[in-house]
Design a binder for this molecule. Structure first.
Ligand SMILES: Cc1cc2nc3c(=O)[nH]c(=O)nc-3n(C[C@H](O)[C@H](O)[C@H](O)COP(=O)(O)OP(=O)(O)OC[C@H]3O[C@@H](n4cnc5c(N)ncnc54)[C@H](O)[C@@H]3O)c2cc1C
Length: 304
């Protein structure tokens, strides 16, 4: 998705763009929930800037249902913390919840309206938009960035693949598992502020389906479905929203968040004159930052 978004920005600015990717679309991006929200990602000043720009664009995209983006109201709640997440306080409809609005066991919660992104639909939309802008896509695995072939510019948006391609040993996976079920009538999202716990609790309605989460297992990149984790996710979500206990299981969605101390968006010129721009390491917030980062890549290229 980082790659498709960057490709769209560059192609629509008039560049000749050819995307090479082993998976189209990327499995990690398909697995996202996805809610706009800068979750556990640095550096803060850039993340705020990238996130706000992406928010503006997602709000516009939400005007067209074919994009898979919907502005959705819901609650982020906590069993321990009292303060709202700082990124939420300026969102439309932001207000503290009354205690009666919170599920049992929660001490604080905040309601706000935010873009939710149905990733399979959204990634299809990005592919169509890239095609309309003249971009092309080739499905193959690269052994190195040089393997991309001759190009004046190479933009590396390979997520965890950058461990080998950059190469970047600071990049690590944080495994995440979601369960997709039929929608028993939910129109609002719910998300628990679980801090650094590996057990997350969130549900995101996307029309006919609901994505339930989740997990965050640091250092794990294995994508095999874990039935026990899935059952636990369903149980946690159904405790907050009993209608989910009746929902029909549709599929597992599992990905590994490409995580490093800070997101890497930077450009340099190689010995052969080609410019390489890195755009990876977005951790659990790649959707949230996607448009801001893609526009930064465009800006870096304009400066070269
Ligand atoms: C369970 C889960 C929930 C999440 N929820 C959210 C959320 O609510 N909000 C949010 O903002 N973010 C969320 N995220 C994070 C977000 O999904 C990621 O940050 C984002 O998808 C990363 O996108 P990417 O394009 O960098 O990586 P990917 O989607 O992994 O794409 C990388 C691409 O590079 C290709 N590639 C890699 N190596 C090679 C190679 N050697 N040769 C050729 N191609 C290669 C891959 O095939 C793929 O196409 C979530 C992630 C997970 C796992």
């Amino acid at each position: 998705m980082a790659g498709l978004t960057t490709a769209v920005v560059l192609a629509e600015a008039g560049a000749s763009v050819h995307v090479i990717a082993e998976q189209v679309p990327g499995v990690t991006s398909l697995a996202a929930g996805a809610m706009w929200g800068p979750y556990l990602v640095e550096p803060k000043d850039k993340v705020d800037q990238w996130g706000q720009r992406s928010l503006e664009i997602f709000r516009k995209l939400a005007e067209d249902t074919a994009t898979g983006v919907r502005l959705t109201s819901g609650i982020e709640a906590s069993r321990t913390a009292e303060a709202p997440p700082d990124w939420a306080t300026t969102l439309p409809g932001f207000r503290p919840c009354e205690p009666t609005e919170l599920p049992a066991g929660f001490s604080a919660g905040y309601q706000f309206t935010v873009p939710l992104i149905d990733m399979p639909t959204y990634l299809g939309y990005l592919l169509r938009r890239l095609d309309a802008a003249g971009g092309t896509v080739e499905q193959r695995r690269l052994a190195s960035l040089a393997d991309a072939g001759p190009a004046t510019v190479i933009v590396n948006c390979t997520g965890l693949g950058a461990q080998e391609l950059a190469p970047d040993h600071d990049l690590r996976p944080i495994r995440g598992q979601h369960v997709v079920v039929t929608n028993p009538g939910l129109t609002e999202f719910f998300s628990e502020d679980t801090g650094l716990s590996p057990d997350l609790l969130c549900f995101y309605p996307h029309g006919d389906t609901v994505v339930l989460g989740g997990t965050a297992i640091d250092g794990e990149g294995d994508l095999t479905p874990d039935d026990k984790a899935a059952a636990d996710i369903l149980a946690r979500c159904a405790e907050v929203e009993p209608r989910l206990a009746e929902a029909r299981f549709l599929e597992h969605r599992i990905g590994a968040r490409p995580t490093r101390a800070t997101v890497r968006v930077e450009a340099y010129r190689q010995g052969d004159g080609a410019v390489v721009v890195h755009n990876y390491g977005h951790g659990g917030a790649g959707v949230t930052l996607s448009w801001g980062c893609a526009e930064e890549v465009h800006g870096l290229l304009a400066d070269k």
